[in-house]
Design a protein around this ligand. Sequence first.
Ligand SMILES: Nc1ncnc2c1ncn2[C@@H]1O[C@H](COP(=O)(O)OP(=O)(O)O)[C@@H](O)[C@H]1O
Ligand SMILES: [Mg+2]
Length: 237
Amino acid sequence: MLEAKTIALRYGKHLALDGVGVAIAAHETVVVLGANGAGKSSLLKVLAGLVRPEPGAVLAFEGQSLLGRPAHDFPELGIALVPEGRGIFGDLTVAENLQLGAHPPHARAHEQRQRDLVLELFPRLAERQGQIARTMSGGEQQMVAIGRALMSCPRLLMLDEPSLGLAPIVTSELFAALKRIQSTGLAMLVVEQNVKASLAIAQRGYLMEAGRITGSGTAEALRADPAVQRAFLGGVA
Ligand SMILES: Nc1ncnc2c1ncn2[C@@H]1O[C@H](COP(=O)(O)OP(=O)(O)O)[C@@H](O)[C@H]1O
Ligand SMILES: [Mg+2]
């Protein structure tokens, strides 16, 4: 469904991505693991069209090249990103945030259906539709961010550190919601610090280090990998 090869990204002289390749199949959930500064957010930004890779990259979605397309084409093609820090409109209500998510032309026709889906996935948002987003808890704001992304009818949903800063119980609710979203049939690419929980919902994963992919495998293989255990799972399986 998504194919990225030889992706390089520079911030001035700094090479943040150095020949990165990832692939995601339809309906698949893939996790990207890596330390701070490895380039995970940069990779998601390239895949969401927010930054442009260096020449020589391959980036295609459902057989169409994404290179050179403006950022607003990406949601229209079915790619949505929930960015790190959520990026919701704090001064707007929950309902307004959701409505803005349905902005891509292809999504407008399905606005009601998607809203029903979002409110079913996150009943708390149904009770809080008139609430100003910034007055909500971190976990609720993350639901708004994910809900807004779902309003664009994505076929690929990308999430950058969705559990960051959330209490353990809220994190388990979040992962339960991601599992339900997964069962609706869309593909997901998740960057997470919570390695255990993300490997539990993913079929496959990639390891990133210093702007490169240094490993990949099924979630099961990654869980059993001593290097993954040492680096991310506190040394125990
Ligand atoms: N806008 C930017 N300008 C300059 N350097 C950046 C910018 N964004 C990220 N970087 C650098 O690129 C590298 C990768 O960052 P990032 O993709 O945010 O990593 P991660 O999400 O894995 O923590 C880091 O060294 C970071 O400091
Ligand atoms: Mg990041």
